[in-house]
Design a protein around this ligand. Structure first.
Ligand code: ZN
Length: 115
């Protein structure tokens, strides 16, 4: 299941980001999954639940947001509505995927210790 390796990659990223704080401080991990990222959100959430205790993130909750695909013209930057032809209506430039193609760690929320 390729989602499991994605979850481990995510935790690797979190490990590095929160190194000074320790994994127990992580409350919420917000992750964006693009429509075209080739990731099944449900499988990803299941894999997250299965891996978080072994990775030391028992208290971390996953917040998943799906991101719709957005295409833009490579020439003029105009947004292109995905249809049968993925070309710019104004200049006939090629379409490039501008959003929705990645899995992104959006935000890490840490437990704030009482002072
Ligand atoms: Zn264009």
């Amino acid at each position: 299941m390729h989602e499991v390796s994605l979850v481990h990659a995510l935790f690797d990223q979190v490990d590095r980001a929160i190194a000074p704080h320790g994994s127990k401080a992580v409350r919420i991990l917000k992750v964006r999954i693009g429509d075209l990222a080739g990731v099944d959100a449900e499988l990803f959430a299941t894999a997250f639940d299965g891996c978080r205790s072994e990775r030391g993130y028992v208290a971390a909750a996953l917040e998943l947001v799906t991101e719709p695909a957005v295409w833009r013209c490579a020439e003029c930057g105009a947004e292109i509505v995905a249809g049968s032809v993925l070309r710019c209506r104004s200049c006939d430039g090629e379409a490039r995927l501008a959003a929705g193609g990645d899995l992104i760690l959006d935000r890490i929320e840490l437990e704030v210790a009482d002072v």
